[in-house]
Design a protein around this ligand. Structure first.
Ligand code: DOR
Ligand code: ZN
Ligand code: ZN
Length: 441
């Protein structure tokens, strides 16, 4: 008798329905006929994908828990079909010392209902070697907050680190260089342009995009590529917003093996015309771009992964005007619904959704047991009703942030069950208790 059998699963367009058999949180077999189990879930012929992985969330815990915390954030993730998240370091205190990293690990281990990893911040370069021993998902550098000399030193220091892997299967391969995760906006250009635009007599929400122009991102992308090449580091670009940035990253793949790009739902679905409709609600860093500059659906095949950049703030903070309102959008509970709707509109395939939200996140961030429905993998799964229709309603979010620029949009297709290491955590928007674990022990 096994622990759990999920029968009548559609795991790919080509295959017949199958049963996913689970023991101690792992997939032990995929069979035609369901195995005898203590608990059986009937997927009723619905699509089953690997649990989604979001490599870019801001759960605000500790320090800013009025915006979000590990409980509300992880529930929001589970409601969106996610089973693993990697949390960003810009909390209070920031996750840039061993002490703060350990403190956040404790909080997440207590509160997260899905699995998690933590990105580490980079400030005191003496700390990074010690943090490396705790296996951060990456070292995150916000280029809009640091100058070039620090950036150079940080790349150099990180290039000299070796990260111990959470496996002893392959001894030759059990140390790895940490990934550098980049927020690419050039600080000097952003500061200069912000001062210029702010000095205008009157400002409106779309001015924010001029204050942080495309060229600020493109200069930062070029600089980071050069540094990654010089120091031979792995590099992942968060929230790429322009087609030119994407072209640079794509072409540098000819000489850099470990370079990857991410797009957020807002940079994929929206453009700067949204400022008119939604005002500062769509304020985000980097800002939304002109339609002619943004990454098109046709170029999505060149992107490595979708990160939601789930960045919740209180509604009061979002309403403080062009300059004082907080940048960021909560996305965990809308992204899959939006993509499934685009699948019906023939803009994206289910295989691409799997590549962008399951397989590539697992490969790029070295999540050994995640991202694939295969024997031996963690039983992280999302069951999807491709026919479920509804209207995006932020009042129903588990996130503490109850707003979205996608409010009122009709969707077609939604996650109906989320299963994390064999435990049902979400069913039809209801949450079950579960204990998430650190994915880089
Ligand atoms: O829009 C953003 N919000 N961009 C960032 O880089 C940070 C994030 C946040 O933490 O709110
Ligand atoms: Zn960022
Ligand atoms: Zn972010």
């Amino acid at each position: 008798m096994i622990d759990l059998c999920i029968k009548n699963c559609k795991i790919s367009a080509e295959n017949d329905l199958c049963s996913i058999n689970i023991e101690q949180g792992k997939i032990i077999d995929i069979t035609k006929i369901p195995l005898k189990a203590e608990k059986t879930i009937d997927a009723k012929g619905n699509l089953v994908l690997p649990g989604l992985i979001d490599v870019h969330v801001h759960f605000r815990d500790p320090g800013l828990t009025y915006k979000e915390d590990f409980k509300s954030g992880s529930e929001s993730a589970a409601n969106g079909g996610f089973t693993t998240i990697l949390d960003m370091p810009n909390t209070i205190p920031p996750t840039n010392t061993v002490k703060n990293f350990q403190e956040k690990l404790k909080i997440a281990s207590k509160k997260s209902i899905i699995d998690f990893g933590l990105h580490a911040g980079v400030s005191d370069l003496k700390e990074i070697e010690k943090i490396t021993n705790l296996n951060p998902a990456s070292f995150k550098i916000f280029m809009d907050t640091v100058n070039s000399s620090f950036l150079n030193e940080a790349f150099k220091a990180i290039s000299e680190l070796q990260k111990v892997e959470n496996t002893d299967i392959n001894k030759e391969n059990n140390t790895k260089k940490p990934v550098i995760t980049i927020h690419a906006e050039n600080k000097d250009i952003v500061n200069h342009c912000t001062d210029q635009i702010k000095s205008k007599e009157e400002n409106n929400p779309s001015d924010y995009a001029l204050a942080r122009p495309s060229v600020a991102e493109e200069v930062a992308v070029a600089q980071a590529i050069a540094l990654a090449n010089h120091y031979q580091t792995k590099i992942h670009f968060c929230h790429i917003s322009t087609d030119k940035s994407l072209k640079m990253i794509k072409s540098s793949k000819s000489f850099l093996n470990n370079i990857s790009s991410e797009i957020t739902p807002q940079h994929l679905f929206l453009d700067s015309s949204s400022f008119k409709k939604f005002g500062n609600l769509t304020k985000t860093n980097p800002p939304l771009r002109e339609y002619s500059e943004k990454i098109s659906w046709e170029n999505l095949s060149k992107i490595d992964l979708i990160g939601t950049d789930h960045a919740p703030h209180s509604i009061e903070e979002k309403k403080k005007g062009v300059w004082d309102s907080s940048p960021g959008i909560p996305n965990l509970e809308v992204v899959l619904k939006l993509l499934l709707t685009k699948y019906h509109a023939k803009k994206i395939s289910l295989d691409s959704i799997k590549r962008l939200l399951c397989e590539n996140p697992a490969k790029i961030f070295n999540l050994k047991n995640k991202g694939f429905i295969k024997i031996g993998m963690d039983a992280d799964l999302v069951i999807i009703d491709l026919k479920r229709e509804g209207i995006i309603n932020s009042e129903e979010f588990y996130s503490k942030a109850h707003y979205t620029p996608f409010e009122g949009m009709t969707y077609n297709g939604a996650p109906i069950m989320t299963i994390c290491r064999g435990k049902l955590v979400m069913e039809n928007n209801d949450m079950y208790q579960n204990q998430g674990i650190h994915v880089y022990p």
